[in-house]
Design a protein around this ligand. Structure first.
Ligand code: GLC
Length: 803
């Protein structure tokens, strides 16, 4: 072997001095003497894109992450050539590009604060082995700067001092330090001096991020190939950074059907049909609300996708209908591996049409998964996606399955050291042919996308529901997700809490964990605490591997069943609140869960908190994460909060002990909030909702709340048939005024609001509805006064006197 280390390793290379500048509408091109070009795109006033080539021209500009619906356009763009740098100014940012070495510095245009600055900036190393470059970027990191985001990383929320990589990986029974996991979301938010910015490194090769771990004052990111191509978002509010990233990579294309926000029960596997029915009827018998039941791989014939084991499920269509009549929506798993079997129609068709992935020299990519040896469709080929989506016709349209669960789509391959395809596998990449090195991280996303397209078509006029295990940035447009094969331990309850929050601040709010743990078996206490956390996770599903025992709410002792029922009932009561938050997520990209730092970045106490979070806009929750606890210490963010259980008001901005025996958990409601509630139902749609309860939490001062309603399924809401009610509350010492502004054409099924006042500091003496005094029957039970009013009031005026 000839060893030529100089050839193999030339070390880091850097751009030289800028010799040319060109502007093309919103794109600016800076060319260096050594052929490096920086293409800077002004996407919006607060969003810049940086893209570099080292060879004098750019590859085809293509990304799976960026949505065509992203908002673009700026108010101001000025470019000035100064002696030492080019200066680009928008209404939000001022950016300097050094003429000497292309290094970039970004400032707040208004107050001049330095937000982010290249340390070495762009540099690269030639890849002797594969061709192209290992592309790198390093930024200065300041003392006191914090970092958040990056998808499903299982460790502390604040990424400072850590190094992570992105390479979607099947990670059975992962731990706190396992990296990487199932998802690749190369987006983070930095926070310094109270100002937040974001960086999305849109490169699908294996990428890595170092947050001041290797060098205290440097944060860097790099990828094994492709372009240095990143977006810079400026807040200064962290919420705006997350919303802006979500806008660029896409908000969910629709609201989920409301039932998908209910409780889901899953196991590997419920079969045969009698077992499935036993589970669903026990839910109804014990009056534990549940909306979805899952079929894991054993429903198939020899694990062949799109088939049924007729011995276990002789008549799936009848079964699915009977389940639906009882309120259960059936969700079935579909994996990417297609069993090599000449008698199997899906295999035959894909083979004939040449839809399977191939190795570099033309052989098929063969790998072992549940069915044994498989071939794998190339979901990066649009024709293959079309074909795949067509395969759902029977399952969805004919049999009536309501949701599809995509698993093993990292893609996972068994009994091989790297757990996935070899690097040389070829992919179409939507007409940009490449190797698996580039396509790996988006394989799962493209599978979920094809599945989504199938469900959308065959579920119509209902909304599709998909779940995926693997994801790249942008996958949130099509599907929900879960965090993979976790373990029934207290540490994993902590991890589940972190992961759901982290996914939300990475643009992917519709996420949850396998409640109770996938591997091993939880004690009743752990299961109970996990359900308590789960009611605040957008995706709310119990799942377990089944090797270790049962994990239904009745599989422990009776106390557990009762407490679990009570918490699932709370979830069903607050569905209109969650649905409203979901609408905000779909409409504005607002994360459904807000870690405290996202909620109040100005309060430095929040920067290192992990356990507490805000659910929607106004509910503060904090899981109990230890056994035998009677409560816990937690940080209450600034402002006044009502204890959900006792109505006691606490003043935030401090850490405190909160009682929470096993039948409770710390939950608080922001003062002034108006929380809409449904009656308890055993499943979504069980009852005709004729009245909504509004829990009004008195505040001396102002607060805004919202209630979004529509038909809970279907697409009419996209044509204006929704109802959005904005409530603005103003409380004074002896009165409370609630104004309502309505928007949308949907006529809600509910006619009245049952308004329950919490914490009123006075007795009601008079009620005026739209300026007319009304006779009111106010009922006072346990300090909660309630009155019933018509839903369409404009102003409700409560006048009281001190008791
Ligand atoms: C994988 C999934 C798990 C599923 C199992 C069998 O391990 O992560 O959720 O139950 O495969 O399909």
């Amino acid at each position: 072997m000839i060893v030529n280390t100089e050839l193999e390793n030339k070390g880091n290379l850097f751009p030289s001095n800028i010799i040319d500048f060109k502007k093309d509408v919103d794109k600016l091109y800076f060319t260096a003497a050594n052929d490096v070009i920086l293409e800077l795109t002004v996407v919006r006033d607060s969003l810049l894109r940086f893209r570099y080539t080292t060879v004098g021209n750019f590859d085809n500009d293509f990304s799976y992450a960026i949505t065509k619906y992203a908002s673009i356009g700026y108010n101001k763009l000025e470019i000035e050539e100064k002696k030492e740098y080019f200066e680009i100014t928008t209404s939000k940012l001022r950016c300097e590009i050094s003429k000497d070495d292309m290094r970039v510095s970004i400032y707040d245009a208004k107050d001049g604060t330095l937000i982010n600055q290249d340390e070495s900036g762009f540099h690269w190393e030639e890849s002797y082995e594969y061709g192209g470059n290992i592309v790198k970027m390093s930024k200065a990191s300041n003392d006191g700067e914090s970092y958040y985001g990056l998808g499903d990383k299982p460790n502390h929320l604040n990424l400072k001092g850590k190094r992570y990589s992105n390479w979607a990986t099947d990670s059975y029974a992962y731990g706190k330090d396992t990296d990487p996991l199932y998802k690749a979301i190369p987006f983070y938010t930095g926070l310094h001096h109270g100002k937040a910015y974001g960086i999305f490194f849109d490169n699908t090769f294996k990428s890595s991020f170092d947050f001041a771990q290797e060098r205290r004052n440097v944060t860097s990111f790099w990828a094994q190939g492709g372009e240095m191509n990143y977006y810079f978002f400026y807040g200064p509010k962290m919420n705006d950074v997350v919303e802006s990233y979500t806008d660029l990579t896409g908000k969910p294309h629709h609201l989920p059907p409301l039932w998908a926000l209910g409780f889901h029960q899953c196991k590997w596997s419920y079969y045969p049909e009698s077992k499935v029915k036993e589970i669903t009827s026990t839910f109804r018998k014990l009056k534990i609300p549940c909306d979805a039941i899952y079929l894991d791989i054993d429903y198939m014939e020899g694990f062949r996708c799109f088939t049924w084991n007729k011995e276990y499920f002789p008549d799936p269509k009848r079964m699915v209908k009977e389940l639906l009549d009882d309120g259960f929506k059936t969700v079935a798993i579909i994996d990417p591996g297609i069993k090599i079997d000449k008698e199997y129609s899906v295999f035959k068709e894909a083979l004939e049409k040449d839809y399977f992935c191939k190795r570099a020299d033309g052989d098929y990519m063969k790998g072992k998964v549940w069915p044994g040896e498989c071939y794998f469709p190339d979901f990066t080929n649009p024709e293959v996606r079309d074909w795949w989506s067509g395969l759902f016709k029977e399952l969805i349209e004919d049999i009536g399955v309501k949701g599809v669960w995509n698993d093993m789509n990292e893609p996972a391959v068994m009994e091989v050291p790297n757990k996935t395809f070899p690097d040389d596998v070829r992919h179409d990449y939507d007409g940009n042919p490449c190797s698996h090195r580039k396509a790996h991280n988006i394989y799962g996303m493209q599978m979920a996308r094809a599945t989504y397209q199938g469900l959308k078509k065959y579920s119509y006029p209902k909304r599709p529901f998909v779940i995926t295990r693997s994801a790249y940035s942008g996958t949130q447009r099509y599907t929900s997700t879960w965090t993979g094969d976790n373990v029934a331990t207290w540490e994993h309850l902590w991890i589940a809490n972190i992961q759901a929050q982290r996914m939300a601040m990475s643009g992917f709010s519709f996420a949850g964990s396998d409640i109770g743990g996938f591997a091993e078996q939880p004690q009743g206490e752990l299961f109970t605490r996990w359900i308590q956390l789960g009611i605040f996770h957008p995706f709310f599903r119990v799942h377990s591997s089944g090797d270790h025992g049962d994990q239904e709410p009745w599989a422990f002792d009776e106390d557990v069943t009762d407490i679990v029922r009570k918490f699932i009932e709370i979830r069903y009561q607050i569905l209109p609140y969650l649905y409203t938050a979901f609408w905000n997520y779909v409409d504005h990209g607002t994360p459904l869960l807000k870690s405290l730092v996202l909620y109040d970045q100005e309060d430095v106490q929040t920067h290192y908190r992990t356990d507490e979070f805000i659910f929607g806009e106004q509910i503060l929750a904090c899981p109990v994460l230890e056994p035998n606890a009677k409560g816990r210490r937690m940080y209450i963010p600034k402002g006044n909060w009502y204890n959900f259980w006792t109505n006691e008001i606490v003043k935030g901005g401090k850490e405190m002990w909160v009682d929470a025996d096993i039948d409770s958990m710390p939950i608080f409601v922001k003062e002034g909030a108006i929380i809409p509630k449904y009656p308890i139902q055993q499943y979504v749609g069980e009852k005709d909702i004729t009245e909504i309860t509004l829990d009004v939490y008195y505040k001396e001062g102002k607060e805004e709340s919202e209630l979004y309603s529509d038909a809970n399924d279907g697409f009419d809401y996209t044509k204006g048939r929704y109802s959005l009610r904005n409530f603005s509350l103003r409380g004074k010492a002896n009165e409370l005024i609630i104004n309502q502004y309505k928007e949308g054409k949907y006529i809600t099924t509910y006619e009245t609001f049952n308004i329950q006042f919490h914490g009123l500091p006075f007795d009601i003496v008079e009620v005026q509805l739209d300026n007319e005094k009304i006779e009111h029957k106010s009922l006072k039970v346990n300090d909660i006064t309630s009155i019933v009013v018509h839903k369409n009031f404009s102003e409700l005026h409560i006048i009281g006197e001190k008791s």
